[in-house]
Design a protein around this ligand. Structure first.
Ligand code: GDP
Ligand code: CA
Length: 320
């Protein structure tokens, strides 16, 4: 017997935490995550896929919960040695994390596309959900700044998000194809969720893969998005600053404008209750609830609220 199938569009930290709650509320085998790869890059000759890795580590329990990424308690002896030997090594990869990257590198070198390498790693980490990159093709986010155009990790890590973002360019997007399984998962899901992830650099690159945005739009009535903007701020990362510098309203209304063609429902936080009417004026149903995922209970509570908003669970049936 299979329950309702849910497909989730996800970035890193916000998406992974939501997925963690969802997989506690539903059998994880009925959940498919479609994950951003725009942040991927190749330091040290290794394929790093930060958002996929954050999902892998969050759902396997290896995650450093405080930071939201990387492996808890990881050391950096390999990188320290690289620095002693003259490499700048500005992209942090812990020793244990490096182990995952060596395993991924071997899979990719044997000819596996990113999607099957990801499925293998997920299986070896005993994850039951289906974890798919949005695309197997190279799709890389670049941001336009006053210091010139920067690849995503140079902007995000090396320069610590200090540059105002004037534009976003998705290199390779025109010829990227949805990874195997993505369109099927979107077409057959009982519910599609747009996780509380950065709309511009996490969800944007997923929807921009030719065929994905229209596949979600075709299921608009069954799609629920969660606002990552709470009380005019992002809980983590550059989403608020980026929305502002690119001319979007930093509120659930700005988020609803970006998603109005793909979702019929937006879940927004209680503190943003005052924005509900403006969201609905855009033709998007507003569901107001607590959306801050404090602890595992908070993740599960948000997952339940989203399932309920999507009509998959009635309020009285909600578990503890
Ligand atoms: P990244 O790829 O690691 O940057 O992570 P995502 O794009 O998946 O998520 C970043 C976004 O998640 C930020 O805009 C945060 O505001 C949002 N976020 C993180 N935690 C929460 C939460 O508990 N509730 C809500 N509503 N949004 C959250
Ligand atoms: Ca990311």
């Amino acid at each position: 017997v299979t329950g309702p199938r849910v497909a989730v569009l996800s970035g890193g930290v916000g998406g992974a935490r939501f997925l963690h709650g969802l997989c506690a509320e539903l059998p994880a085998r009925d959940v498919t995550a479609v994950v951003n790869v725009g942040d991927d890059f190749e330091p040290y000759g290794l394929h790093v896929s930060p958002d996929l890795d954050t999902v892998l580590y969050t759902l396997s329990g290896l995650i450093d919960d405080e930071r939201g990424w990387g492996v808890a308690g990881d050391s950096a002896r390999a990188l320290e040695q690289a620095r002693r030997l003259g490499d700048e090594a500005w992209f942090w990869l812990g020793d244990v994390d490096l182990g995952l990257h060596l395993a991924r590198a071997a899979l990719l070198r044997s000819g596996a596309p990113l999607s099957s390498a990801t499925a293998t790693l997920a299986r070896r980490l005993a994850l039951e959900l289906r974890l798919l990159p949005a695309t197997d093709d190279p799709l890389r986010t670049y941001v336009g700044t006053d210091a010139g155009e920067l690849d995503f990790q140079t902007y995000f890590v090396r320069r610590g998000q200090r540059d105002a973002v004037r534009g976003v360019r998705l290199d390779g997007v025109a010829t990227a194809r949805p990874a195997p399984g993505v369109l099927d998962a979107l077409g057959s899901a009982d519910l599609i969720v747009i996780a509380p992830s950065n709309p511009l650099i996490s969800i944007g690159p997923i929807l921009a893969v030719p065929g994905i945005r229209s596949a979600v739009a075709a299921r608009r009535a069954a799609t629920v998005a969660v606002s990552p903007i709470v009380g005019g701020r992002a809980l983590k990362g550059p989403a608020a600053a980026m929305l502002r510098s690119l001319g979007h309203e930093v509120s659930p209304v700005g988020v609803a404008r970006l998603y109005a063609d793909v979702c019929a429902t937006l879940v927004l936080d209680e503190v943003d209750d005052g924005h509900a009417a403006a969201v609905e004026a855009l033709g998007v149903r507003a569901v107001v609830t607590q959306t801050v995922m404090t602890g595992h209970g908070g993740r599960r509570r948000l997952a339940r609220a989203v399932l309920e908003a999507g009509g998959l669970r009635c309020p009285v049936a909600a578990g503890p």
